[in-house]
Ligand binder design. Structure first.
Ligand SMILES: [Zn+2]
Length: 450
């Protein structure tokens, strides 16, 4: 098995072409020294002609649903992290709405162990805020933080922590271990029975509306609570222009808030619902073009810190039915980088260095993930993704690595292709193909062995 890679004429962060040597799990050399060093170890060296390709730090997803334990028919930790590697990710945060819920040290350690065994990416379990996501009693936040999984992100995602007293307690509690509460902002009473964004389209096609104010009211409350208790708040999948305004105001006040936007909220609008195809049913819902424009602007100017996939795989039974009966959610791990390229880079709103910031550096910082989101520099862990921005491909969900096919981008042509992903110097993906035996123990050095 190849253990060293020489990336010839690659553009780190989209900059000037150079050579990068990946060896010993590290970025071992950059520039002319990379070629020189490579000559000393020719036997196990693979040279990759990376002309025109961009090298980024491995992507970090703060918001992934891996479905295991409980819904292995939709996704497993192995299939989901294989999909993540195919999409250029080297670390993912696994959301807590599993069965059983990730609300104890035992369950988060199980998820963490299965992730390490699969070997495709690092897996950081998110801990539930409340027992069973029921919104009543605080879960064992401290025990999860102290567990082998070292949980730092806590969320009831899928549900909103709507009780302000419970939210306040969670914000206070996580301060002890530098954690963060990631809120799914959805006022429950304002969204009872909601099926899609409340607006012109919902009125015309007769589906119950999910008003923007139901998201914005919770974000406004939570930034004030975070300020009041001096804690860290993260806003999941922000989707409305008003939410961007509230986060912008909170940051201008010095409140310690970060926010994410999903790829689908960067590219799709509520107009998609007109065909009643439940593949476009998601929570929070697809919004209007004005909202899409606002979240793009917010991402470009730094109001929104990160792009997170909210990858939500579902079986055919849960998705191929009438709209009202279908589950909320869509897949995204294998198309996220292409959507960001299409909407933000190819339109001139962001550089590749900005992409590294919103898809790697910032999510690693928010999640307190070590060894990821690092600069591309000699001596750093080789958690990297090699991207060819010139290639284009048509999305074919059945050919993706995820076990589910509910991609809203089916049949669309997207720019960019992940050519290779490196996890601590080991190629999890080469020539765009996930590699066999990712858990080869020879490359486990540096991985926390469970
Ligand atoms: Zn959510």
């Amino acid at each position: 098995m190849t253990a060293q890679y020489l990336l010839k004429d690659v553009r780190p962060l989209g900059g000037e072409p150079t050579d990068v040597l990946v060896a010993g799990g590290l970025v071992a050399a950059i520039g002319p020294e990379a070629g020189d060093a490579a000559e000393n170890a020719p036997d196990d060296l693979e040279v990759i002609d990376a002309t025109g390709m961009v090298l980024l730090p491995g992507l970090v997803d703060l918001h992934t649903h891996l479905r295991e334990p409980g819904r292995e028919d939709a996704e497993t930790i192995a299939s989901g992290t294989r999909a993540a590697a195919a999409g250029g990710f080297t670390a993912v945060h696994a959301m807590a709405n599993t069965t059983p819920t990730q609300d104890t040290a035992g369950v988060v350690e199980q998820v963490w162990r299965l992730g390490a065994q699969a070997g495709w990416t690092d897996v950081h379990p998110v801990g539930a805020v409340s027992v069973g996501l029921a919104g009543e009693h605080l879960a064992e936040l401290g025990a999860m933080a102290d567990s082998a999984a070292r949980v730092r992100v806590f969320s009831d995602d899928g549900k909103c922590v709507h009780d302000p007293v419970l939210m306040r307690r969670a914000l206070e509690y996580v301060k002890a271990f530098d954690g963060v509460v990631a809120q799914h902002a959805q006022e429950p009473r304002l969204t009872e029975g909601a099926q899609m964004h409340e607006g012109v389209v919902s009125a015309e096609i007769g589906l119950a509306g999910w008003p923007a104010v139901a998201e914005e009211a919770i974000i406004a409350r939570d930034v004030l609570l975070a300020e009041h208790v001096g804690s860290r708040l993260h806003v999941c999948h922000l989707s409305t222009a008003g939410s961007v305004e509230i986060v912008r105001w909170a940051k201008s006040r010095g409140i310690d808030v970060t926010a994410e936007v999903t790829p689908h909220h960067l590219v799709l609008t509520d107009e998609e619902a007109r065909g009643y195809d439940p593949v476009f049913k998601v929570n929070p819902p697809l919004r209007t073009q004005a909202d899409v424009d606002a979240v793009r602007e917010g991402l470009a100017d730094g109001t929104i810190d990160i792009v997170a996939t909210d990858h939500a795989p579902h079986t055919r039974e849960d998705k191929d039915c009438e709209w009202a009966a279908a589950a909320f959610g869509m897949t995204g791990l294998e198309t996220a980088l292409s959507v960001v390229q299409q909407t933000m880079v190819d339109t001139g709103r962001m550089t590749w260095a900005d992409v590294a910031r919103v898809l790697s550096t910032n999510p690693a910082r928010i999640g307190r993930v070590e060894g990821h989101g690092r600069p591309i520099a000699v001596g750093e862990p080789a958690n990297l993704v090699l991207v060819d921005p010139e290639q284009r491909r048509v999305v074919e969900p059945e050919r993706q690595a995820t076990a589910s096919a509910n991609s809203p981008l089916r049949g669309r042509e997207l720019p960019g292709r992940v050519v290779a992903t490196f996890l601590r110097g080991r190629a999890t993906v080469l020539d765009g193909v996930p590699q066999d035996d990712p858990a080869d123990p020879r490359f486990a050095a540096g991985r926390v062995t469970p």
